[in-house]
Structure formats: structure tokens, C-alpha cells
Design a protein around this ligand. Structure first.
Ligand code: PLP
Length: 498
């Protein structure tokens, strides 16, 4: 039987990997999952002989079996060969008693490039002859830039990005407003990330909107709800393990811990997928900022978003509905689609759900979670720079604090890998506040001062950012997103542009 992805909320709804990727979200609002995941383990010894792209080839062939070997090979090559500034793509730096997996060497300086360099390549190879797709993306900052960059000027695709008006860093905004393609659109919405994400999900299921689109135009997502965005991230967990073997920090088969700064739970879920595929992972530590819905869940078994929303110094984690957590609940509940459907209905209706004790126990055997305040984050950036001469971005610093807390509380002897999700210069104001005690009004000046003091290089993509032509920012009401999408579909796919 060919491999099918099914909806977390109903097994009957299914799609081939290519279809699941083109659709983004299942038709009942559920997320596509692969039921066989974990039934066959990857041969660890063999995959550890491979380089990054060949590891990717093996993992993608397992998870996306309807793509040909050639399609996967070409996609990986185009996505990662020569586009990352580090030849290792995802290098690991050892600092003191832990390791940092640097995921910010791609074109937009955050880990989103791993998914979004590859997703357009895969989608281009999955799309049918007459099909056209408008990609809709809600972003807390980094997905937007990486998605615009990935889909820019790609034939048969248009992209519309929605970011929270006051919820992204000045650099992130500049990146989005300077990525100009004939098929790219950006709007800021008066609201937060959760508002943007909720509306995007609603648009996917807005039948009357879908009816107005011409026959061959459909909508899809570049958020981590899309399997094509998520699966590429599995590869760097395997590659990090290999780096630790090469450093002789571990022996083949030793278990290690990963700490993951978390928002929508995509990155952490990719780690969980790696574990299901046979990577020896002991614990995945979920790091949150003051928006600590997940940390509370781990303590109480209740996911409750009825709480204040905080704008923090780690804005890409300012999220109260972690979409991909649904996929974890699905696997850890024994793939109980009807149970997941009821939990998600509770979340929709009451803003919260409580899980069965055995489900919480299962999850806690594989994960731990901690959160950090803004003040703690800044102190950690300062301390690690002083002690180790390593400059962390605020998201990575939240991860660092969670990792340290875990190390203090647990008695395992596993090596610890901290995922560094963004380059520190993307959040230069906060990093400058932490290191120098203040920042300038102008991001260029702040960057120059910080670089001079720390002697840590600014990535080229950020150096040129402020010389580029900037689009006028359009601010829209969340309720007008549907109309915006309708309009952009017309503009992008009008005959003049084809
Ligand atoms: C997106 C993002 C996160 C959160 O990742 P998720 O996959 O949404 O959990 C953390 N840090 C940075 C810098 C990000 O851009």
C-alpha cells in the first residue's frame, strides 16, 4: 500500500506525501501525520557515515516516499549547496560543558531557512501541470522572511505573509519589507501571532473564499504545520549527533539531550521525529519565554491559553497556541484521532484542554520544559559572552537557561546540545542591552557598536539589509485578511504575470 499521511483528527482523511505538502493542512483542520513513523528505524552506524545532504536524502526518502530519488537529490542540492555560509550547514560549537548547534548560517540568519530553502524545491516538484498555489503564512518574524526568500519568483506560486504589527524585531521587519519578488506580498496585522495563525487556518477552510478562486488556484501553508517544512528539520538532529561522534564527545549509541527554544513546537517536534526514527535521544528540553503555556502543561497536564499575552525579548516564541503540539499528542496517545479531535474542540471552545494522566506521563518520559523571564534572558546573554566569548541571541539564551535548569535537576550524564535558532544580530537591540547596557535608536549604529565591542562578525545578509529598497508597510485588520488574500491571488495569478 502506498504511504499515506492522515489527519490527526480523522484517520479517514488521507493524502499522499506530495498532496499533503501541497495542501498544508488537512481539510478538517487537522494536521497530516505519518502513521508508520518509527516502525522502521534508521541504521545509525550507516547514516553516521554520510554527509549532510546524503543524510537528508535517506531521511526524506523514508518520510516522503512518493518523491523520486532524483527529485529529492535535486531539491536538497538546490536548497543547501552553496546557500549557507558555513560549509558544514549546521555546525556544532562546543562551549564549556555543552554543545551549540548553530542553525543560523542560512540566507535569512535563522533556523527557518532549513525548512524554507527546501519546501519550495519540493513543492515545485510536486505541483501538477496546471495547478497554481498561493502560500499563506503567519509569522512571528523569522518564518516570514525565510518563506518570502524561498518562494520569491518561483513559477506557479505566490506568497502572502502576515506578521504581528508590533511583534517583530526591527531587523525582521526590514528583512520582510525588502524581499521583493513579483509574487511576494507582506502585511502586518493589528494583533499578535496567534491572531494571524488563527485567521490563516480559517482562510484555508473558508469554502466561500475557495469558491471564488479560479479552478486551478489553491492555498497552502509555509508554516511548520506543513510536513514539507517540518521534515527537513529532522536532518540536523542526526547531523549534530554525527558532529558529537567526530568530536569524540560520545560513542555510537550513547543517548544525548537536545534543548529547543520553542514557539509553534515545529523544531522540537522534528527532534521527536528523529527519536522515533532511531536517533538515541534521552530528553528533549522545551524552552519557553514568559509565554509559558507549554511549561505549565508539563507541570499540570492542562494546556490553558486563557492567560495574559506577553511581548518578550524573544518574540519568535511569543505564541500561545503551539500548533504542532497536536502532532505530539497524537503519537503519544497511541494515534487516537477521536481523542485528539475532542481535545482540539475543547481548545477551540474553552481555550484549554486537560489530558489523561497516562498521556502526560508518556510525554514527560521524553520531554522536560522550563521558561525564562526577559531579565534572565539578558543576564544569560551577558554571562555566557563574558565567560565563554559566545554571543547568544535571546531565543538561544532562553534555551540555555532551560538546559542549565535541567542539568541541575536531573542526574543523567548525557551530553547536552542546545539549538541556536537565530543569529544574535537579528535581535540586536536586546543583545546590545544585555552586553552594553543600552542600544542606539538606529539598528545600523547598534549593530556597528555591538560588533566593534564583541568582535563577532555580522552576517553578510544583515550587513546589506539597510541599503535595500523598502516596501511601504501595509497594516490591515485581522478581519480583512480574507479580502487581502483574494486580491493578491488575482494580482499574482493574473494573465499578465504568466
Ligand atoms: C521560529 C523560532 C523559534 C520557535 O520555533 P518553533 O519551531 O516555532 O517552535 C525559536 N527561535 C527562533 C529564533 C525562531 O525564529
Amino acid at each position: 500500500m502506498p504511504t499515506k499521511y492522515t489527519s490527526t483528527r480523522n484517520h479517514i482523511i488521507s493524502a499522499s506525501p506530495k498532496e499533503a505538502m501541497l495542501k498544508g493542512l488537512a481539510s478538517n483542520n487537522g494536521l497530516f501525520v505519518l502513521n508508520e513513523l518509527g516502525e522502521n528505524k534508521i541504521n545509525l552506524k550507516e547514516i553516521m557515515q554520510k554527509d549532510y545532504l546524503d543524510m537528508g536524502q535517506e531521511i526524506l526518502q523514508i518520510l516522503l516516499p512518493d518523491f523520486s530519488k532524483k527529485e529529492i537529490h535535486e531539491s536538497l542540492h538546490n536548497a543547501y549547496y552553496d546557500t549557507f555560509s558555513s560549509p558544514k550547514i549546521a555546525p556544532v560549537q562546543s562551549v564549556n560543558d555543552f554543545h551549540i548547534l548553530e542553525l543560523f548560517h542560512g540566507p535569512t540568519a535563522a533556523f527557518k531557512d532549513f525548512g524554507l530553502q527546501l519546501l519550495p524545491e519540493l513543492m515545485e516538484r510536486a505541483i501538477t501541470l496546471n495547478q497554481k498555489i498561493m502560500i499563506l503564512t503567519a509569522t512571528s518574524g523569522d518564518t516570514g522572511t525565510a518563506a518570502l526568500n524561498g518562494f520569491k519568483n518561483i513559477d506557479k506560486f505566490g506568497i502572502s505573509v502576515f506578521y504581528p504589527e508590533n511583534g517583530v524585531s526591527p531587523i525582521q521587519k526590514q528583512q520582510m519589507l525588502t524581499t521583493n519578488g513579483i509574487n511576494t506580498n507582506v502585511a502586518s496585522i493589528a494583533g499578535n501571532f496567534d491572531d494571524a495563525q488563527k485567521n490563516v487556518k480559517e482562510i484555508f477552510n473558508n469554502q466561500s473564499l475557495l469558491n471564488t478562486l479560479s479552478d486551478n488556484v489553491s492555498l497552502s501553508s509555509a508554516n511548520s504545520i506543513n510536513i514539507g517544512r517540518l521534515i527537513p528539520q529532522v536532518v540536523y538532529y542526526f547531523n549534530a549527533y554525527k558532529e558529537l561522534l567526530e568530536k569524540e564527545a560520545i560513542k555510537l549509541g550513547d543517548k544525548i539531550n537536545f534543548t529547543v527554544p520553542t514557539g509553534n513546537f515545529g523544531d522540537a517536534l522534528a527532534g521527536y521525529y528523529a527519536k522515533l526514527l532511531g536517533l538515541p535521544i534521552n530528553k528533549i528540553i522545551i524552552a519557553c519565554n514568559q509565554n509559558n503555556v507549554l511549561t505549565d502543561f508539563f507541570n499540570e497536564g492542562i494546556y490553558d491559553r486563557n492567560r495574559d499575552f506577553f511581548k518578550t525579548v524573544a518574540p519568535s516564541m511569543d505564541i500561545q497556541i503551539s500548533s504542532n503540539f497536536e502532532r505530539l499528542l497524537y503519537y503519544e496517545s497511541g494515534k487516537d484521532d477521536q481523542y485528539i479531535k475532542s481535545l482540539m474542540a475543547d481548545l477551540e471552545k474553552n481555550g484549554k484542554y486537560q489530558v489523561k494522566p497516562e498521556l502526560l506521563k508518556n510525554i514527560k518520559s521524553k520531554f522536560a520544559s522550563y521558561y525564562a523571564s526577559d531579565k534572565e534572558i539578558k543576564t544569560a546573554i551577558n554571562q555566557v559572552f563574558k565567560e565563554e566569548h559566545y554571543l547568544m541571541d535571546p531565543h538561544t539564551a532562553a534555551g540555555y537557561l532551560a538546559m542549565k535548569q535541567y542539568q541541575n535537576e536531573s542526574d543523567d550524564n548525557c551530553q547536552n546540545v542546545l539549538l541556536s535558532t537565530a543569529n544574535p544580530y537579528k535581535f540586536v537591540e536586546t543583545v546590545s542591552d544585555a552586553i552594553l547596557g543600552s542600544h542606539e535608536n538606529d539598528p545600523i549604529k547598534t549593530t556597528q557598536k555591538l560588533a566593534k565591542y564583541t568582535q563577532i562578525e555580522v552576517p553578510i545578509s544583515l550587513q546589506n539589509l539597510f541599503n535595500k529598497e523598502v516596501k511601504v508597510e501595509s497594516v490591515i485588520n485581522p478581519n480583512d485578511m480574507t479580502q487581502f488574500v483574494q486580491q493578491k491571488v488575482k494580482e499574482v495569478f493574473s494573465d499578465d504575470n504568466n
